[in-house]
Design a protein around this ligand. Structure first.
Ligand code: HEM
Length: 316
């Protein structure tokens, strides 16, 4: 534990640095001087070199060697590198040091009794860092060329904005809209909910669907021809049917519950309402909303048996 003390009586590295800052020696160096004299039988060192050696490494006569080595490593580029003390290990009186008197007795130089700390760049366990050459640096894209995201103007190759915006209120505007431009962008009033009459909230509709009431208007599922669908357009007391993805629904009971208003919903009467529906609110689950209103499935005229016509005439 005395290995931190220099055999030449030179102060420890910390003491060197502190001395360079012109600090006044204290009483502690006296203890250090005595210790060094008895240990190495050397004359009392110069007062210029001894005073601050004790505070940095000796506490109650015990030097702490651990940080001394670390500091040597961390100050590789320090201008005082050549004046550094010998390493703390092995101990000054160890067999290793006595077998190498040249390094032990010589003036403070780079420690030769210990292998120098490995440098990461030359370690065999780590691949050396890639060389950075000027040509590589020039090959990197400039931020203004490829990394820059334009903040104004149209985004290239993105296509039209999908119609997942809030629905529009005026269907005629959407119908007149250009097919390449989202209709919702041209609609002045993008969202127009109607004021539903009392007892016709979405929750009321949910209750009605679960009530068991026949909302489809038919006793069993029927095969609906295009003519049948067109006929049931909600006019003149006829039910309003609308098809969606090959299924036909009776939208009549839902009309007063439709948040977009009866007028909007009636536009899908007697025909395939899928296109209109998807233009306005593709996020709405049609099949869940109108599950109890299911009338049947779409078939061709040839596929329609005669009794379906009977059902149609019944409803007329
Ligand atoms: C036939 C099946 C349909 C069902 C089940 C249905 C259901 C709904 C629902 C649940 C909402 C509220 C949406 C929300 O809260 O985000 C809504 C709103 C609306 N629907 Fe429909 N709809 C149907 C058909 C249509 C059709 C065919 C049109 C237009 C031609 C339309 C136009 C609107 C409009 C304008 C709104 C109000 C805007 C809004 O609430 O954001 N709906 N519809």
């Amino acid at each position: 534990w005395r290995v931190i003390q220099s055999p030449t009586g030179a102060p420890a590295p910390d003491a060197k640095r502190e001395l360079s800052q012109s600090e006044t020696p204290t009483e502690e160096p006296q203890l250090q001087t005595e210790d060094e004299t008895s240990e190495f039988s050397r004359p009392t060192p110069s007062p210029q070199t001894t005073p601050k050696a004790a505070p940095s490494g000796a506490h109650n006569g015990v030097a702490i060697p651990t940080f001394t080595l670390g500091e040597h490593e961390s100050f590789d580029d320090d201008e005082d590198e050549d004046k550094l003390e010998p390493p703390s290990f092995p101990a000054l009186n160890s067999a290793q040091r006595t077998s190498a008197p040249s390094t032990f007795m010589a003036a403070p130089t780079k420690p030769s009794s210990m292998a120098p700390p490995p440098k990461p760049a030359t370690s065999s366990l780590m691949a050396p860092p890639p060389r950075i050459v000027a040509s590589n640096l020039r090959a990197l894209p400039k931020p203004s060329q490829s990394m820059h995201v334009p903040t104004t103007g149209p985004l290239p190759n993105r296509g039209p904005v999908p119609t997942r915006d809030p629905p529009a209120s005026n269907g005629s505007l959407r119908l007149n809209a250009s097919p390449t431009v989202p209709s919702t962008l041209k609609t002045p009033n993008a969202r127009s909910r109607v004021l539903l009459s009392p007892g016709h909230s979405p929750l009321d509709w949910a209750h009605l669907q679960r009530s068991g009431e026949n909302l489809s208007g038919v006793s069993s599922l029927v095969r609906v021809t295009p003519a049948m669908l067109k006929h049931n357009n909600g006019r003149k007391g006829k039910p309003a049917w609308s098809s969606y993805q090959g299924k036909v629904y009776n939208i009549t009971p839902y009309l007063p519950f439709h948040p977009g208003g009866e007028g909007e919903l009636k536009r899908a009467s007697g025909k395939d309402g899928g296109k209109l529906f998807m233009e306005v609110h593709p996020w709405v689950n049609w099949e869940n909303m109108l599950g109890e209103c299911l009338v049947g499935i779409m078939v061709t005229e040839e596929q329609a048996p005669g009794h379906e016509k009977g059902v149609l005439e019944e409803m007329d």
